[in-house]
Design a protein around this ligand. Structure first.
Ligand code: PLP
Length: 406
């Protein structure tokens, strides 16, 4: 019989955080092993319950949430998002500038489908959250990776961005706070990025889903603030991380800047939104409750709070392993340490992660899975409580000790 093949569109599309490494973890689980899975930033399995206010609001609205909504989202959710950005100084944001989606993930795919033509180049950070590279590729575009500089606190290398701009470059993706590096960009860096977009007529796509997960004196600056009224900016955020409801699937994209030059693109985006009817309506109700309610995230990100303490602990313990260095995260939920290649020469980092998984029953993600060009990094999710985190890093340290040169 003829083999049924995946479409050619999927050639080169990768999403390794749930790729072959997860398949191997599931195979081991089926054999009866208990696997500690630190490959994905999913808060619920680590004892972070959804805030009660949000659950109560969803339950309250559930009986009336059985119908499709407007494809851009229910009014209360869109006004709540509008009010949020207005309160952050973005006065020109209106309710029509907001699209609600099944998480930021769906909106990234929708926006890129509406925006990218075959061969268009989109600047994406390296390392990145790999959905960006995958979704650019799937929409027919070419992801062009610009480097974030580990030696400079993982800040984007502005000269590298400039050097990679061609006449085919159409957009600049910014992930701030960053997954996987934990970098939070200063005002100057954000201004520098926006300036590049301004000078080269690029659209900014700013993924700000971790905007409320900030440590110590880190401050989040919306790219849209500096993009002003002359750079088209699409700002993505949602409830998954700051409100610990990844599974509800609730996110938004906000359009700002010279919308009059983007009417055709926005019609296309609305068409794509219409084609999928609407996003999950019960979860849309949660948006108003979340943005308008008690911000319990603030308890988690200060000293004594779990997000803060676990991030700092992971950073400290990773740095204590010989030949391992980690840039202290300023935000988000991850560490992205470097393994000194002189001490741990790694040819294939996915294989390295699979070997660790088999030996230590611990699942982390290899750096090349985030489009990092070298095989010398991995990403660790810092969501487990301190005891489990210590145990996980101990397993990594022991595994590395066995592989150490000299
Ligand atoms: N963007 C970044 C940078 C992420 O890390 C994630 C999830 O980990 C997403 C987007 C997807 O978020 P959502 O749950 O809203 O689809």
């Amino acid at each position: 019989m003829r083999q049924i093949r995946q479409s050619k569109k999927l050639q080169g599309v990768r999403y390794d955080v749930r790729g072959p490494i997860l398949v191997e973890a599931q195979r081991l689980e089926a054999e009866g092993h208990r696997i500690l899975k630190l490959n994905i930033g999913n808060t619920a399995p680590f004892g972070f319950d959804a805030p009660e206010q949000i659950v109560a609001d969803m339950v309250h609205h559930l009986p009336k949430a059985a119908g499709y909504s407007d494809s851009k989202g229910i009014w209360s959710a869109r006004t709540a998002v509008m009010n949020y950005y207005q309160s952050r100084g973005l006065r020109d944001v209106g309710v029509d500038d907001i699209y609600i989606g099944n998480g930021v993930s769906e909106l990234i795919s929708m926006v890129l489908q509406a925006f990218v033509d075959d061969g268009n180049e989109i600047l994406v950070p390296a390392p990145d959250y790999p959905l960006w590279t995958a979704a650019v590729t799937l929409s027919g575009g070419t992801p062009v990776h610009y480097l974030c500089d580990e030696a400079d606190g993982w800040n984007p290398d502005l000269a590298d961005i400039e050097a990679k701009i061609t006449e085919n470059t159409h957009a600049l993706v910014i992930i701030n706070p960053n997954n996987p590096t934990g970098a939070v960009y200063s005002e100057d860096v954000v201004k520098g990025l926006v300036d590049i977009a301004r000078r080269h007529n690029l659209v900014i796509m700013a993924d700000e889903i971790y905007e409320k997960i900030l440590f110590d004196d880190a401050v989040h600056h919306h790219a849209a603030t500096y993009a002003g009224d002359d750079v088209l900016c699409l700002t993505f955020s949602g409830l998954s991380k700051a409100y610990r409801v990844c599974g509800y699937r609730a996110g938004w994209v906000m359009v700002s800047g010279p919308k009059e030059i983007a009417t055709d693109f926005l019609e296309g985006l609305t068409l794509i939104a219409n084609m999928r009817m609407c996003s999950n309506v019960p979860a849309q109700h949660a948006i108003q409750a979340a943005l308008g309610g008690y911000q319990s995230i603030e308890e988690l990100i200060v000293p004594g709070g779990r997000f803060y303490e676990q991030s700092m602990l992971a950073d400290r313990l990773l740095n204590e392993i010989p030949g391992v260095s980690n840039v202290r995260p300023k935000g988000a939920l991850y560490c992205f340490p470097r393994l000194d290649p002189e001490i741990y020469p790694i040819e294939d980092d996915q294989q390295f992660v699979i070997d660790l998984l088999r030996a230590k029953k611990l699942l982390i993600t290899h750096g090349t899975g985030f489009n990092w060009p070298k095989t010398d990094h991995f990403r660790l999710v810092t969501l487990p409580d301190a005891k489990v985190l210590e145990e996980a890093i101990e397993r990594i340290a022991h595994f590395l000790e066995m592989r150490r040169l000299g």
